[in-house]
Ligand binder design. Structure first.
Ligand code: UDP
Length: 316
């Protein structure tokens, strides 16, 4: 198949390109490098890459010249809280204008379309674990709203294109994902704790550390995306690892894994930071036959091993 991926140079995008190329597809990647990095793609010789901004006025026309495509995958997004707080307008644009443009490209070629959405659609959830049927608890004007609301808009737009034009669309709600090629300084907790532990610095715990997250290794996530992009399921599907852990427990795992005694350093909890997050993945199991296979210990060990210059022996 001919596949177009926006956000190809990002963390998840680059892993997805790698997998699709390995399966023999022709993959065209685009990225504007606002948060992605050319280095993430340096090993992918067969990738057709174009630096392009999916929010630009002539974007659909440009992609028209690069097609045809059978599959259009919209991954371009500023997914780290640090990034979307720095670039709130661009974040809103990637959910709105860029999503519309990518949907138009899919419509042009009658291609399948996949949107990578987020567990942030559930906001600070009042339902636990989160099922796709839960409508969420999002502050529409809070600091995270640029991300949460743009993804909620992107989901609404995707469903509108499906309902209005019969486009074959899929929506993945991605929960916290980690693995090799995350930027160590992108502010998210996995790279933050790993880099702090490796440098012997204190681990910066926001709040009292009792908030929970459920971390999914990137290979599992990519496998879920590959199944979803060919499925007939039109409504959102949660993709994540249901192994829920508090941030305090997570800090201890990192200390144990790296054999460091980095102390914990407590910082104020960012505004609207969700207190609990755990995917209910029964829908993904049912409609995709998918569930994660790589547990946290194994995934973290693989992530550490892939760190440039990491020479610390994992103690697990
Ligand atoms: N967090 C933390 N220390 C850090 C970075 C993040 O304690 O250095 C916390 C953050 O407040 C949140 C959780 O870790 O409760 C996950 O944050 P992340 O930015 O990775 O992703 P989020 O799930 O908030 O999108």
């Amino acid at each position: 198949m001919n596949v177009l991926i926006s956000g190809a140079a990002g963390f998840i995008g680059s892993h997805l390109c790698e997998r699709l190329l390995a399966e023999g597809h022709t993959v065209t990647g685009i990225d504007n490098f606002i948060t992605g990095s050319p280095q993430n793609l340096a090993h992918l010789n067969e990738l057709i890459f174009h630096e392009a901004d999916a929010t630009s006025l002539d974007f659909v026309q440009k992609m028209d010249a690069l097609g045809p495509f059978d599959l259009v995958l919209h991954l371009a997004s500023l997914a780290s809280p640090k990034d979307y707080l720095n670039y709130p307008i661009e974040t809103l644009e990637s959910g709105s204008t860029a999503t519309r443009n990518m949907l138009e490209v899919a419509r042009l070629f009658n291609a399948r379309f996949l949107l990578t959405s987020t567990s942030e659609c559930y906001g600070d959830p009042l339902e636990h674990p989160q099922k796709e049927s839960y409508w969420g608890n999002v502050n529409p004007i809070g600091p995270r709203s640029c991300y949460d609301e743009s993804k909620r808009f992107a989901e609404a737009l995707t469903m509108a294109y499906h309902r209005k034009f019969g486009l074959r669309t899929n929506i993945a709600r991605i929960f916290n994902t980690y693995g090799p090629r995350m930027k160590l300084d992108d502010g998210r907790v996995v790279p933050a704790f790993l880099s702090q532990a490796l440098e012997g610095l204190p681990l910066t715990v926001f709040g009292d550390g009792t908030q929970t997250r459920s971390f999914c290794y990137v290979d599992d996530l990519v496998d879920g995306l590959c199944r979803l992009m060919l499925s007939e399921e039109r409504e959102p599907v949660n993709l994540g690892n249901p192994e829920e852990i508090t941030l305090l427990e997570f800090a201890e795992r990192i200390q144990r894994l790296l054999g460091t005694a980095s102390p914990l350093e407590f910082h104020p909890l960012p505004e609207n930071d969700p207190t609990r997050r755990q995917p209910d993945i029964s829908k993904a199991k049912r409609v995709l036959g998918w569930e994660p296979k790589i547990g946290l210990e194994e995934g973290l060990a693989r992530t550490v091993k892939a760190l440039p210059g990491a020479n610390i022996q994992s103690s697990s």
